[in-house]
Structures are given as C-alpha cells and as structure tokens.
Design a protein around this ligand. Structure first.
Ligand code: ADP
Ligand code: MG
Length: 570
C-alpha cells in the first residue's frame, strides 16, 4: 500500500514523496489509518520499521492552522531519539508552515528551548525529565494537548522514567488521544496501556528475524593512522569471497583503493564522482565475483543489492546511526549469517560506536587484531587443505615433477619452493603491529579514565540502577553506556563516570530529580560522609558542554540526513 492511497493532505503527500517514501512499511499500513481516525493505538514492531512516520504523519496532519498551543506531545527516551524524531517531523511538515515542531531535552540550554516554546510551537518532542521541568516552570503548557505519544516506551521504562511518564499522563487533558510505540511489550507497558489508554487498538508486526540480529558485529580499536594496515591484516586473515568496505568520503575511497591495490588486494572503489559506465563496470565485476572487495561511500552503495556478501567493514564510522544499519545490512541477507567489522581509533570514535550499539540495540564486541604469525599459520593451513586432496594432476604437470626430482632436489624442497612462490608474495605485504592491541574488557573500568560521583539517594528511597542511569542520561544527554558501575547503598549511590565529563555531568545534575526525589550529586572521594561539595562556579546559565557526540553533526537536526528505503522483509 502506498502513502498516496491514504487520505492525506497534498502538503503531506508532497513531503513524504520528497523523502523518497512511496510504499508504506507494514506497521505504517496498519497504524497510520487508525491514528488518523483518532484511535488510541499501541504499536509494536522492530527497530528500523519506520515507527516515527507511524505517529509523525498523523501528528503533523492533526495540526490546524490556528493551533498556537501545544497540541501534540511526543516523549522519547533519549536526547538523540528526540532530536531524530523532531528532525523527521520537521521534514513531514515542510509544506505546512503552520506546524511548528520543537525538541526539548536535557543537556542543552533551557533558555533556547524556552524561547522556542514561547513562539507558537504546536508539536513538542522531548525526554520525560526535561518535559516535566518545562511543565513545572510553566514554559510548557499542555492544556490544549490533543495527542500524547510515547515512542520507544519500553526503553523509557527501562531507563526508570515510569514515574515521570505517569506524572505527565496524569497532568494532560483527559480527553485526548494516547499513542504508544515500543519494540517489546513487557507487562509494565501493558499496565500503562490499561491505565492511560481508552479502548486501545493493538497493532503488532512480528518478524521472524531482524536482519541485524543475524549479523555478528565486532570492532577493532587501532592506533591512530593505522586503520589501513589493520585492514590489510583483516583482509588477509579472513580472505572474504565478497566484502564491502565503507568510507565516508570519495577521497578516502580513492586513497584506500590505491593503497590496497598496491599491496596486492583485488579491490575496486565506487563513488559518486565516477562516470556511470565506470560504476556499472565496477558493479558488474563485484557481482560476478571477479572483484572480491568493493570500497564505497554510503551514497554510492545505496541501492546496491548483492547477495552473498560475507563481510562488511566500516573503515570510517558512519556519520549517522541509520547508515550503520544500512551498511551492515549488506551482509546477512535473506536469513544468512553475516559479519560486520568496524575500525575505530581513539576515544571519540569509541563513544560514537557505543552510541551506535545502543541505537541498534546490538552487541558490538571488541576483538584483538590478528597477529602476522596467526595469519601465516592460517594461510599455511589453507594451502594444506587445498593441496592435500589434489587428485589427477595433468600428465604435463606429472612429467615436469619427475624432471624436477631428477635434478637431484628432494620433493620437499620442490613443493616448498612452489608454495613460497605464492605464499611469500602474500605475506610480504602484511604490516606488522609491534605492540599487540590490548583487549580491554571495558574502557570505563580503566582507572585513569573514570571517577566516581556520589548521589544522595539509595536503597532507602527504593532506587534501582536503571533509574539512576535514566536520570543521568536524561540530564546530560550522554548515553547510558558512558556510565560505569553503579553501586547502591542505603542512603547513597555511586556511579562511575568518564573523568573527562566530570564537570559537565555534575553541572547537568544540579537540578535533577530521580524517581521524584530532588538529589545532590558530588564527586565521590571514597568516604560518603565527607564527600566533596559540588563546586558552584560554573553555573552561568549555559553549562559548559565538554562532551560532544561528534564534530560531524551526527545528530544535529540540520545535518543532511539521507533517507532510506526500508527493505521489505518477507
Ligand atoms: P523505527 O522507529 O521503527 O526504528 P524509523 O522511524 O527510525 O524506524 O525509520 C527508519 C528509517 O526508515 C528512517 O531513515 C526513515 O526515514 C525510513 N523510512 C520510514 N518509513 C519509510 C518508508 N515507508 N519508505 C522508505 N523509508 C522509510
Ligand atoms: Mg523509533
């Protein structure tokens, strides 16, 4: 079913078309009509199935030109998701200028958000903590609210936002539409549904498998400037029949193609600056197997549908979480197993990868780089396996073998010489990594990298670790994975945090509440009673934000996020 079969306004159909959507995903087909009719809906489907549009399109459509108050509130678990949903809604409302969408989340300036809220915003996307904050300050008024949407409801509950959500749901108008989307339906979600929705219609899409579930995902942390060398080792170690390597720029594609070719790898590059004929040639070579490794940019690789890709390498980290899914989705197709390897260098990329892992809800496991010696024995084994079952060599080859033995050389020497001819060439170009990369179980356990903070709330206040984590993530905008061990005592709790973010986290938590309790957060100095008081000098209205997700604008709404078609799964 196509979007234009829905009874949507022309402005919305145009916006959807501009996004490149034509066919609806299954959850969209089932839920959008219900939402447009004003039903309370509970929707469940996996990540990447287009749930934002499920609620976003009806939300935008429901706004009337004279709506000068907030009519739709969308709650998301994290700042990233709030920004992402806000960006998507802005695209849907591109041709409806009277739809004004704004995002509110922790870890960002209150003033800017207040300014936006004052100027006739009618759709607000936000994280629960910050929404409540604005409600209390009366900078967010919900008297005219007609629809409230909980996106990723399960994740919000996991993060301890239940109380916040209930507070919000209790303080919005009784007469309203309540919509809930979730990837899973645990009992806690059903409880919310029962309590706060009226005759909800449940829409569920059960898929046999998720593409990304079938892909084993690993990463290698390599020294700065040595990604290409690492890649050479990996290509030698795994010798994939068919692999794709993703880079972020055309220049990187060219450089990497040159360098790998020079080292004897059969690779070809693909990017947007190439002539169509050349691109077709490369694609054909890759499809028919004469080129085993394709190096490409995201844009060039879009729409490439090649089955049987064993491995996807991320040479550069994707600039957008969605890209990661689309990249690795090249492997593991049609229910086959696939593998994705990501190369990272440095702390920033580690953080970005953690974020990807959170976004995709996938485990990405660190592996040590293979050592040259391992590769040598691997290659020797391969030669052994290939050679031991040799049958019926040709008459010509046999007679040449006899002639060689007649020269007085032993058969061992002759065979070894022949092996070397192939083998030495292959291993001579293998780079050395002198110091094997140490495998850290977890960076945050690294003493040098982390410190502890103390929060004056504990078991006595019935606190669970995910409540703490939720509040921290909400207030700081950091990802849950940035925080380390959480120890809950009777009256206080300690949390490991990245040392570099200490000031920022302490500042962000100044007005935070956890489970309804106002809390004080201090640097932990080992003795809870004499914990250092919080410094007061950097509160100047604009918290210094030291932690930036990325300089590339990974989540910024203005980043030119490309749209993707969802592969229909059968
Ligand atoms: P979910 O919330 O279910 O994880 P998203 O709403 O984030 O999924 O959508 C995933 C991606 O799919 C986004 O890039 C979105 O723009 C795209 N998308 C959504 N619906 C469609 C569609 N009908 N056709 C093509 N692409 C779509
Ligand atoms: Mg979503």
């Amino acid at each position: 079913m196509q979007f234009n079969e829905l009874n949507l306004s022309q402005e919305l159909l145009d916006a959807v078309e501009e996004l490149g959507f034509s066919e609806m995903t299954e959850i969209q087909q089932k839920s959008i009509p219900l939402l447009l009719e004003g039903n309370d809906v509970t929707g469940r489907s996996n990540t990447g199935t287009g749930k934002t549009a499920c609620f976003g399109i009806p939300a935008v459509e429901s706004i009337k030109p004279d709506d000068n108050n907030v009519a739709v509130l969308i709650l998301c678990p994290t700042r990233e998701l709030a920004m992402q949903a806000c960006g998507e809604l802005k695209k849907f409302s591109k041709f409806k200028k009277y739809v004004r969408v704004s995002a509110v989340y922790g870890g960002a300036s209150m003033e800017k958000q207040i300014h936006e809220l004052k100027h006739g915003v009618n759709i607000v996307v936000g994280t629960p903590g910050r929404v409540i904050d604005h409600m209390k300050r009366k900078t967010l008024r919900l008297e005219s609210l007609r629809t409230v949407i909980l996106d990723e409801a399960d994740e919000m509950l996991n993060m301890g936002f239940r109380e916040d959500i209930e507070t919000i749901l209790k303080s919005v108008p009784e007469e309203r539409q309540t919509v809930l989307f979730s990837a899973t339906m645990p009992p806690a979600i059903l409880a919310i549904t029962k309590e706060y929705q009226k005759n909800p219609v449940t829409v569920k899409i059960d898929e046999k498998y998720r593409t990304v579930d079938l892909i084993d995902q690993y990463f290698f942390d390599v020294a700065m400037g040595r990604k290409t060398d690492a890649l050479k080792l990996l290509l030698s170690a795994y010798s994939p029949k068919s692999a794709m390597i993703f880079c972020n720029t055309k220049k990187m594609v060219d450089d990497l193609t040159d360098e790998l070719s020079e080292s004897g790898f059969r690779v070809m590059g693909l990017h947007g600056d190439m002539k169509q004929a050349q691109r077709t040639q490369v694609m054909n070579g890759f499809k028919n197997g004469s080129v085993s490794v394709l190096i490409a940019t995201d844009v060039a690789a879009r729409g490439i549908d090649v089955n049987g890709i064993d491995i996807v390498f991320n040479y550069d980290l994707p600039q957008d979480n969605e890209y990661y899914i689309h990249r690795i989705g090249r492997t593991g197709r049609a229910g086959h197993k696939g593998t994705a390897y990501t190369l990272i260098s440095g702390r920033k990329q580690l953080y970005a990868l953690k974020d990807i892992s959170k976004f995709t809800k996938a485990e990405i496991t660190e592996l040590p780089l293979p050592q040259k010696n391992d590769i040598i024995s691997l290659k020797l084994n391969r030669i052994f396996e290939q050679t031991k079952n040799i049958q019926n060599p040709s008459r010509e080859a046999l007679s040449l073998a006899k002639r060689l033995i007649d020269t007085g050389k032993s058969p061992e020497e002759i065979i070894a010489g022949l092996i070397d001819e192939k083998f030495q060439a292959e291993i001579s170009s293998l780079p050395e990594f002198d110091i094997p990369t140490p495998l850290r179980k977890s960076r945050r356990r690294d003493k040098a990298d982390t410190v502890k903070i103390e929060i004056n709330i504990g078991r006595n206040q019935r606190i669970a670790p995910n409540f703490i984590l939720g509040a921290l993530a909400d207030a700081t905008g950091l990802s849950g994975r940035d925080f380390g061990k959480i120890d809950i005592f009777d009256k206080h709790t300690t949390v490991e945090i990245p040392e570099a973010e200490t000031d920022y986290i302490l500042d962000s938590m100044k007005s935070a509440k956890i489970n309804g309790h106002k809390v004080e957060v201090k640097l932990y100095d080992g003795k809870s009673k004499s914990a250092k008081p919080l410094k007061d000098d950097f509160r100047n209205g604009k918290p210094q934000k030291k932690f930036k997700q990325s300089s590339k604008g990974r989540y910024s709404e203005s980043s030119p996020k490309k749209t993707h078609r969802i592969k229909k799964r059968h």
